[in-house]
Structures are given as structure tokens and as C-alpha cells.
Design a protein around this ligand. Structure first.
Ligand code: GTP
Ligand code: NA
Ligand code: MG
Length: 345
């Protein structure tokens, strides 16, 4: 089937940034979940994935001016949470390598920090576009949150004192990005989205700016990444995590970007002791708006299409390697070919 504008897949959106800038909390606010509260030491230690239907985006963005009139063409967003702690640079790299666009979270009180710079390097290396979430605006002195409006009006409604600090801190961050050779502008002052990446003030504590952030991701993706987002039948899938789940055995969490997977398909993937060939026993996703890395009640599929975060249960996954691609053999004689392909990856 031909790839068309009428058949876009969900953009894969990776959330990157320094430790404790609020990446997980932003996702919690959007999902109405409490994943961050359950994390040991409040630190993310795994890559997460959340399938967000477009209706949930529309609900989150209902106060955003102009968004309800926009013809939305993406079926949803696939959000990838990553850890910001310095010891997890392999996970940041893995997350950023599967994404179409990123949300780079910066704490407005701290500006650019070491893992922000590391994230910027990853994004530059793959030419990945990003939107900056300038988070924790609620911590500005005398800030009066109002989440039930477009963040532009929220900002306008602040006292002179709060506005001064907001302007000063925002300008400092813009200068810090310029020092990294990046043009960044507040989204409502962005003179040209081709030249400047947009920055959205947000608070994951109050919910301010969350709708605007989601609206910008949707608008940018469908207008600037249209070609890339046209659904293709050719399988493109990457293993995010390998983990044992009680009752399921060792499973793999997979980002299925393009193509379809079916129960019973013969999977071929890289393992620490050579290629693994195994049959898909079950294809599972959490409920929409729930985090794949948190144990949940799963929805089971006979067939599933990209893009989506999916958990796969099968035999012999104990030695699977995360971060690499998965392929599927259609004919028995393809197994040998795919096996050699995987071995040379
Ligand atoms: P790692 O995944 O460990 O890198 O951290 P993270 O970027 O996911 O940050 P996390 O969501 O764990 O938030 C860190 C801390 O900041 C938590 O205590 C949050 O409650 C708090 N926090 C996050 N966003 C905001 C915000 O907008 N305002 C305020 N006041 N606190 C926030
Ligand atoms: Na944290
Ligand atoms: Mg986190």
C-alpha cells in the first residue's frame, strides 16, 4: 500500500533532560497518573512508553487558542520517558534514537545543566527537532497559576514582579541555547519555526502550559515531519527494555514504529549469545494513557500496527539485547537470512 498523507502514524516523542527537571511529572500530569511518586528516590531508571490517543491530546489542549480549529491528522502521540540521571546515558541515547521529535525539559530555575547539554548533543547528532518545555514556572516568586487558560494569557496575567523574573530567566535560557549554537524562542514570539525551536513555559505541578506543549508537538509533527510520519508497511521496531514479568516470563518492551506484528509471527532479534528466533506468544499494551514500564492490566492483540509501544511475551527472550531492531520472518526460509542480518547488525 502506498504511503500517504491520509495515513499518518503517531509521532514518537522522546522526553529528554537533566535529572529532576520534571520529565515524568509532565507525563503524569497529562496522563493523570502518579508514576513519579512510585519511583525509588524519585529517579527514573528505565525507558517508559505511553500511547496517547488524539482525543486525550484534544482534551489537554482545549484551552489552546486555535487548536480546536486545527485539522489534526496524527492518530495520537507515542511518548517515551527517559531517565535524566547521569549514569543512564545509554538509555537517553536509546530513547532519542527511536524518536521523531523530542521534548527537551529545562528547569526554569536552573537553566541548562550537564545532561541538558548531553541531550542536545544526541538531538544534534540525528538532526532531531525538539520543543523546549521551560518547566517549573510556578516556582517564580509571586507567580499566580491559572492552568485553565492558554499559557499566553496565563503569562500576561502575572504581576510585574513575577513577569520581571520570568523574562530575565527566559532570556538567560535563550542565551544559553545560543551558546550551544541553537536558536530558541518563546513559541508565541517565534519568528520562524524553520529557524527557531519553540520554547513553552510549563508547570507539571499546576498543569500550566501542558496543553500548549501538546498542541505544539502535534502542529510541528504533522506540518514539518509529514513525510516521515506516513505509515509504511515495512517493519521498523526496536527493543526498548528486556524484563521479567510475573506470569509472563521474560518479555520485551518494543517500540513498533512502522509495520504490523501478529501473534504467532516468527521474531528474530539479537541476543548476547547470538540471534534469537522465537514465536510471538502475546502482544500486549497497557490501557491508553498508562505507562508501559509500570505493571498494569494489559490489552491483548492478535495484530497490532505502528506506531505503538507494545510488550511482547515469547520464549527464549532472557538473553535479548535492548536497543536493537527486531525483524519478522514471513517464510520459513527467511529465518536463515534474517538470522545472518541480525548477526551483522
Ligand atoms: P528523572 O527522571 O529522575 O531524571 O527526573 P524527572 O525529570 O522525571 O523529574 P521528576 O518528574 O521526577 O520531578 C522531579 C521533582 O520535581 C519532583 O519532586 C517533582 O514533584 C518536581 N516537579 C516536577 N515538575 C515540577 C513543576 O513544574 N513545579 C514544581 N514546583 N515541581 C515540579
Ligand atoms: Na526525578
Ligand atoms: Mg523521570
Amino acid at each position: 500500500k502506498k504511503r500517504t498523507v491520509d495515513n499518518l502514524r503517531s509521532p514518537v516523542v522522546c522526553v529528554l533532560g537533566h535529572v529532576d527537571t520534571g520529565k515524568t511529572k509532565i507525563l503524569d500530569k497529562l496522563r493523570r497518573t502518579h508514576v513519579q511518586d512510585g519511583e525509588a528516590g524519585g529517579i527514573t531508571q528505565q525507558i517508559g512508553a505511553t500511547n496517547v490517543p488524539i482525543d486525550a491530546i484534544k482534551e489537554a489542549a482545549k484551552f489552546v487558542k486555535g487548536f480546536t480549529e486545527l485539522a489534526v491528522r496524527v492518530p495520537g502521540l507515542l511518548l517515551i520517558d527517559t531517565p535524566g540521571h547521569e549514569s543512564f546515558s545509554n538509555l537517553r541515547s536509546r530513547g532519542s534514537s527511536v524518536c521523531d521529535i523530542a521534548i527537551l525539559v529545562v528547569d526554569i530555575m536552573h537553566g541548562l545543566e550537564p545532561q541538558t547539554l548531553e541531550s542536545i548533543k544526541l538531538l544534534k547528532a540525528k538532526n532531531t527537532p525538539f520543543i523546549v518545555a521551560l518547566n517549573k514556572i510556578d516556582r517564580i516568586y509571586d507567580w499566580q497559576p491559572n492552568a485553565k487558560r492558554d499559557v499566553r494569557d496565563d503569562v500576561k496575567g502575572q504581576s510585574k514582579l513575577a513577569m520581571n523574573e520570568y523574562t530575565k530567566r527566559t532570556n538567560d535560557v535563550i542565551v544559553q541555547f545560543a551558546e550551544q549554537g541553537l536558536n530558541v524562542a518563546l513559541f508565541y514570539k517565534n519568528p520562524d519555526p524553520n529557524e527557531y525551536m519553540s520554547m513553552v513555559p510549563t508547570s507539571a505541578a499546576t498543569g500550566e502550559g501542558m496543553g500548549n506543549l501538546m498542541a505544539l508537538i502535534v502542529e510541528y509533527s504533522q506540518s514539518m515531519l509529514t513525510k516521515r510520519l506516513m505509515y509504511s508497511n515495512e517493519l521498523q521496531a526496536t527493543v526498548l527494555e528486556v524484563k521479567a514479568i510475573p506470569g509472563l516470563g521474560t518479555t520485551i518492551d518494543v517500540i513498533l514504529i512502522n509495520g504490523a506484528l501478529r501473534e504467532g509471527d516468527t521474531l528474530i532479534l539479537a541476543g548476547t549469545e547470538g540471534p534469537i528466533v522465537t514465536q510471538i506468544r502475546s502482544l500486549l499494551t497497557p490501557q491508553p494513557m498508562k505507562e508501559l514500564r509500570v505493571k498494569n492490566t494489559y490489552i491483548e492483540y492478535k495484530e497490532i500496527k505502528g506506531s505503538i509501544g507494545v510488550k511482547i511475551a515469547a520464549k527464549d527472550l532472557e538473553k535479548a539485547i535492548a536497543g536493537l531492531n527486531v525483524s519478522v520472518a514471513c517464510q520459513p526460509d527467511e529465518v536463515e537470512f534474517c538470522r545472518s542480518e541480525v548477526a551483522h547488525e
